[in-house]
Design a binder for this molecule. Structure first.
Ligand code: MG
Length: 384
């Protein structure tokens, strides 16, 4: 029996209502515009490097933990479920999810904060903006244009946050941050799928690394509720299996709530086109109040007990030292970078001054994997 494909909602993004690509191209023969975007993201260098970049744990600490690649796949999987249930564009939400972390530096948030500090005098460093830079200019795979030439809607979804100063320089794409409007629903839900994914996998990874305890987590009513449900179904379950069941139950409950709450809000507004969605002053995709509280409680717990755990902070300090040392060394002498990057930095510097040279250095460092950053730093110490 052929699968019945429900039509997309009238306010979903489609190839037909897309604002298109910066460089016009012929429509793909066998794919939608957004499948093409997704495929371009998957074939990019930055996407492959996500395998060796981390969020909380450094990559070489163990093979058990999430990397940015597995995180991006989890985000895509959650986002697609929500998109399908709400009759939104699944391919677009997948493209956004897979691309959303492409601009992340080595060593997770620690690396990003350090690079932002280094770039303070030169316009700062924002990872969302960097993800956009990766797909717009830094990936060089096509003869006809720089970057991946993705659709407006995928780029809109990648640019989750942006300072007003930077938004002002982005033209049409930056306008919503100034006028306080919203992106399409596919972008909104990819954003929340990201939250669901990282909160729950940090719980999972944190427990397995024994940096947080199940007893501690059970002080959060939402977690205790899922735990009780698991225990009543499987009274003899081992703690390890219980953890998997709890995380699974939490993701399931959050996704269900996200779909029901968002669907009700959309129905109440009865939008006719995507422009009705964009004109809203607040996102339509969201959790109900109790589930929003639950998400915030997990986030708070992770901030206090995992992200500030001495073992994690030690890594954070080390990551900051490495990124800062790399930045200072490369800005002082561009020739310490490989020829191609050194040449780019020199040219940018000559044309537009030190800030432009520093931006090339930041691009080079941001593209590094955890391991490559460690190796490069060690090599600097040896004077190469
Ligand atoms: Mg993410």
């Amino acid at each position: 029996m052929a699968a019945v494909v429900a039509p997309l909602a009238p306010y979903a993004v489609t190839s037909a209502n897309s604002r298109g690509r910066l460089h016009p191209e012929r429509p793909p023969a066998h794919r939608s515009e957004f499948q093409r975007d997704r495929d371009r993201v998957i074939h990019s260098v930055a996407f492959r490097r996500l395998e060796y970049k981390t969020q909380v744990f450094v990559n070489h600490e163990g093979d058990l933990y999430r990397t940015r690649l597995t995180h991006s796949l989890e985000v895509a999987q959650i986002a697609r479920t929500v998109a399908r249930a709400m009759h939104l564009n699944e391919d677009l939400t997948e493209a956004i999810s897979l691309a959303h972390d492409l601009g992340h530096t080595p060593f997770g948030h620690a690396g990003q904060d350090a690079l932002d500090d280094c770039m303070r005098a030169f316009g700062g460093f924002e990872h969302n903006l960097q993800s956009l830079r990766v797909v717009d200019t830094l990936e060089q795979r096509y003869a006809a244009f720089l970057g991946l030439n993705l659709t407006y809607e995928t780029r809109e979804g990648i640019l989750k946050h942006c300072s007003r100063a930077n938004a002002g320089r982005l033209g049409e794409l930056g306008r919503r941050f100034i006028e306080r409007q919203q992106p399409g629903l596919e972008a909104q839900l990819a954003n929340l799928a990201d939250e669901i994914a990282y909160n729950n996998h940090d719980v999972d990874d944190g427990l397995r690394a024994r940096l947080i305890s199940l007893d501690g987590l059970l002080t959060i009513p939402f977690v205790a509720e899922q735990h009780a449900r698991v225990l009543s179904k499987y009274p003899d379950i081992t703690e390890r299996a219980a953890v998997h069941e709890i995380v699974r139950a939490m993701i399931g409950a959050l996704v269900n709530d996200l779909i029901t709450t968002s669907q009700a809000r959309v129905e109440a507004l009865a939008p006719r086109t995507i422009e009705d969605i964009r004109a809203q002053s607040a996102p339509l995709i969201g959790f109900s109040e109790p589930f929003g509280d639950a998400q915030r409680a997990i986030k708070k717990f992770l901030r206090e007990h995992l992200y500030k755990h001495p073992k994690v902070t030690r890594m954070t300090v080390r990551a900051q030292e490495i990124v800062t040392a790399l930045f200072e060394a490369f800005v002082e002498d561009y020739a310490r970078m490989p020829d191609e990057h050194a040449e780019l930095a020199r040219m940018a510097h000559e044309r537009d001054g030190l800030a432009a040279g520093a931006r090339v250095v930041a691009d080079y460092i941001a593209g590094m994997t955890d391991r490559f950053a460690l190796q490069t730093h060690a090599a600097l110490g040896r004077g190469n």
